[in-house]
Design a binder for this molecule. Structure first.
Ligand code: UD1
Length: 420
């Protein structure tokens, strides 16, 4: 298993190009199942989850080609199989996204039921309830979700709480149907909005994306829009912004969408960071900051503070001038990184759904273990400011979602290397 070895104490300086958003690319790839024609996606990040989704589509019989770095051509006209096997789904929960599109186009799908994950139970009940409401017959057999539907139809679906995955998934499934599907309490995340834009360019009839109520009027078939560009990764961008501030550095982030980063930037400003966006809001220049002020964080659905930035902020707040409280509003158990950060000298107490982070003078390097994707990033950030050497084990988690992480950090002056 690969590890990162980090020598702490170097300020980050220079420019970094933010990659395309993994969490936008994955549903877009799945949506290509609805379109029996070639589609070209640009600005796709080279991360393990994208390769897993590509492998899954290939297994289904699609022709999937990585034309060059960032550009993929997907042609699902040749799909012959409708089963997403356990071996793939266990590696990536987002495999569930193929269920609805397969069902809508072929009337059948079998997708292994995803299990829990490192930060607690992650049910897919909203996805299943939504498809059932659209008229699908769904059973669980031998660990697989087995779905059948002649044709999906009219439904009114209201989620108990906002779900990015269920909103994106049901929106895709509803595009090819005989009725009108209303999704209430829909997620507002930019990844949902861009998916809707892609589907609409492909001929889908969708209104209300980016609001609480999304309405999809079914059509008979979708056509390829030709090409589509993946939006910048707001979590990767946020991670570099935090890294710049906490190392006292001066990093310019290129290819960002500042509008998607509002809540993260607001918290960074509250913590003492200063930065400036260019006039098009596509570039963010971080200035060297002073001391880190403690801030309280409450993770919530977009436009709230993203749970996927919680671990990185915790790493930063370990050396703040005072005590911060972090409340997890999405995944109450998503605090495994806290225990690893304490190995570096952090003072963190975790209770039911929240963590109290008391700033310490400094962190000191130690071997630590990554438990999930964003936790890995947090441990690397902590390593950048810790005195001495930090070794982060199990970085395969990180490779799922950060393109060229150590290369980008090295180009900014970090002392980080990968050992096999
Ligand atoms: C997506 C992101 C993930 C991010 C999360 C929350 C992708 C591939 N992943 O995950 O990085 O951390 O949004 O922003 O885009 N829930 C249910 N039943 C369901 C579905 C969800 O109870 O059927 C709950 C979850 O347990 C969680 C909350 O709803 O408490 C939100 O989860 P959701 O937005 O669905 O997360 P994902 O789409 O899986």
């Amino acid at each position: 298993m690969d590890k990162f070895v980090i020598e702490g104490g170097y300020k980050l300086r220079g420019e970094v190009r933010v990659s395309g958003a993994k969490n936008a690319a994955l549903p877009l790839f799945a949506a290509s199942i609805l379109i029996p024609e070639p589609v070209v996606f640009r600005n796709v990040p080279d991360v393990a989850d994208v390769f897993t989704m590509a492998e899954l589509l290939s297994d289904l019989g699609a022709r999937v080609e990585r034309v060059e770095k960032g550009t993929w051509r997907i042609d699902t006209s040749s799909i012959s199989n409708t089963t997403a096997p356990y071996e793939v789904v266990k590696r990536m929960r987002a495999s569930i996204y193929v269920l609805g599109p397969l069902l809508a186009r072929f009337g059948r799908a079998e997708v292994s039921l995803p299990g829990g994950c490192a930060f607690g139970p992650r049910p897919v009940d909203f996805h299943i309830r939504g498809l059932k409401a659209m008229g699908a017959d769904i059973r669980v057999e031998h660990g697989y979700i087995v779905a059948r539907a002649e044709r999906l139809g009219t439904a009114s679906i209201a989620f108990d709480k906002k779900s990015v995955g269920a909103t994106a998934h049901l929106m895709m499934a509803a595009t090819i149907s005989d009725g009108e599907v209303i999704i209430e309490n829909a997620a507002l995340e930019p990844e949902v909005v861009t998916l809707a834009e892609f589907l609409k360019l492909s001929g889908a009839e969708i209104t209300g994306e980016g609001t609480d109520e999304v309405i999809v009027r079914g059509v008979d078939a979708l056509r390829s829009p030709g090409e589509f560009e993946v939006i910048p990764d707001r979590i990767e961008a946020g991670t570099y912004a935090v890294a710049s501030f906490m190392t006292g550095g001066e990093v310019t982030l290129k290819n960002v969408c500042v509008e998607h980063l509002r809540s993260v930037l607001e918290k960074l400003r509250e913590a003492g960071a200063s930065f400036e966006a260019d006039s098009r809001n596509r570039e963010l220049r971080m200035f060297p900051g002073g001391r880190i002020a403690p801030v309280d964080i409450f993770t919530a659905p977009f436009p709230g503070f993203p749970t996927d930035m919680q671990a990185q902020f915790m790493a930063m707040l370990t050396v703040a001038d005072g005590t911060s409280v972090i409340r997890e509003g999405i995944y109450p158990d998503r605090f495994k990184h806290a225990f690893e950060l304490t190995r570096l000298g952090a003072d963190i107490k975790v209770d039911d759904g929240f963590a109290v982070v008391k700033g310490v003078e400094k962190l000191t390097g130690a071997p630590v273990m990554a438990s999930d994707l964003r936790a890995s990033a947090a441990l690397v950030l902590a390593g950048l400011i810790a005195e001495g050497t930090t070794v982060v084990d199990r970085i395969y988690h990180l490779d799922r979602g950060y393109e060229d992480f150590e290369k980008k950090l090295s180009s900014l002056g970090a002392h980080i290397r990968r050992i096999k």
